[in-house]
Design a protein around this ligand. Structure first.
Ligand SMILES: C[S@@+](CC[C@H](N)C(=O)[O-])C[C@H]1O[C@@H](n2cnc3c(N)ncnc32)[C@H](O)[C@@H]1O
Length: 275
C-alpha cells in the first residue's frame, strides 16, 4: 500500500469511527482490505480508494469499518467483572431499589461485538436476580452492522459456548439439530432481555432515555487516541445513574485521562453517588 493510500484509509477510518490506526497497523490494514478488494472487484488498493471517494460510497464505508474493527470477544471475558456485577452491583442496586421503589436494572454493553458480552451479562443478571421479582434490560450497541446481525441472531458454534458450565448451557441455550447441529442458540426468554442497535459511540446522542446502573465498555477504548478516550468516558459518565458503575477492559485503565469517576478496583469505576 502506498503512503498516500494508507493515509487516506487511516483518515477515513478515524473520521468515521475514531479508531486510531498507527503506522504499525499498516500490514494489518492491507491484509484486511483484501476481503473488500475481492468483494468490490477493485483491482488494487488505489482503485478501492477511488471507490471510497466516489458518490454513493456510504455502504462501502460501512464495510470498511467492519473489516478494520477488531471484533474479538468471548463469553465471560474478564470474568471478574461478571463476579463484581453479581456480588456488588446487584445487591447494591436491590437495596437502592427497595428504598427508592424501583425494580428494574438497566445495563449497557457499549461495544458488544458478536453478543457474547451482553449475553454473559444477561446470564449473570438472570442468576443474580432469580427469585427477587426484579427484571432487567440490557442495551447492546456496536458500530459494525455485520457483527450486530450475528449478535442479534444469538447462534454460536459449540466451540464458542463449550467452556460454559453445562448447567448454564442447558438453561440458557438450545442445542441445534439437523442443519443446525453443532450450533447453540440463546433461549428466547434470555434473548428478549437484550436489545441490539447500531451506534457509533462517538457520534450524536445515544437514543436512550433511561440512565444505566452499569455500563460495560470494554476492549474498545484501546483503539482510540487519548482525546477520544476522554470524550468517550465523558459521554458514558453522563449516561450513568449517580452511583452507577462503568466497567472497562483491564488493559484500559483511565489513568492519565481526565474524568469525574471514582476508581473502585482495577478497570471498575463509579460515578460519585452525589453527582
Ligand atoms: C474487541 S471488540 C470488544 C467486544 C467486547 N466488549 C469485549 O470486551 O469482549 C471491540 C468492538 O468495538 C466496536 N467499535 C469500534 N469502534 C466503535 C465505535 N466508534 N462505536 C461503537 N463501537 C465501536 C467494534 O466494532 C468491535 O465490535
Amino acid at each position: 500500500m502506498r503512503d498516500s493510500e494508507f493515509e487516506f484509509i487511516r483518515t477515513l477510518v478515524y473520521e468515521r469511527s475514531r479508531i486510531n490506526l498507527g503506522a504499525d497497523k499498516r500490514e494489518l490494514v492491507t491484509a484486511r482490505l483484501g476481503k473488500r478488494l475481492r468483494a468490490t472487484r477493485a483491482p488494487d488498493i488505489g482503485a478501492y480508494c477511488d471507490l471510497l471517494r466516489s458518490a454513493g460510497a456510504e455502504e462501502e464505508l460501512g464495510h470498511l469499518i467492519d473489516v478494520i474493527s477488531t471484533n474479538h470477544t468471548f463469553f465471560f471475558r474478564e470474568n471478574v467483572h461478571f463476579d463484581f456485577v453479581r456480588a456488588q452491583v446487584v445487591p447494591e442496586m436491590l437495596a437502592r431499589g427497595r428504598a427508592e421503589r424501583w425494580t428494574r436494572l438497566h445495563a449497557w454493553s457499549a461495544a458488544c461485538s458478536s453478543g457474547e458480552e451482553p449475553y454473559s451479562l444477561a446470564i449473570t443478571l438472570a442468576e443474580a436476580l432469580a427469585g427477587t421479582g426484579w427484571s432487567w434490560r440490557i442495551e447492546a450497541t456496536d458500530i459494525s452492522r455485520r457483527i450486530l446481525a450475528k449478535a442479534a441472531a444469538g447462534i454460536y458454534r459449540e466451540e464458542t459456548v463449550g467452556r460454559l458450565p453445562p448447567a448454564t448451557l442447558r438453561q440458557h441455550f438450545q442445542r441445534g439439530s439437523g442443519p443446525q447441529a453443532g450450533n447453540y442458540r440463546v433461549r428466547p426468554e434470555l434473548q428478549a432481555t437484550v436489545s441490539f442497535r447500531h451506534l457509533n459511540l462517538l457520534e450524536g446522542e445515544p437514543p436512550f432515555t433511561e440512565p444505566f446502573h452499569v455500563i460495560l465498555c470494554r476492549n474498545v477504548m484501546i483503539y482510540f487516541d487519548r482525546p477520544t478516550q476522554e470524550e468517550l468516558v465523558r459521554r458514558l459518565t453522563r449516561r450513568l445513574v449517580p452511583g452507577g458503575y462503568l466497567l472497562v477492559g483491564h488493559s484500559e485503565s483511565l489513568t492519565g485521562i481526565r474524568h469525574s469517576l471514582q476508581l473502585v478496583r482495577p478497570a471498575t469505576y463509579r460515578r460519585p453517588p452525589a453527582s
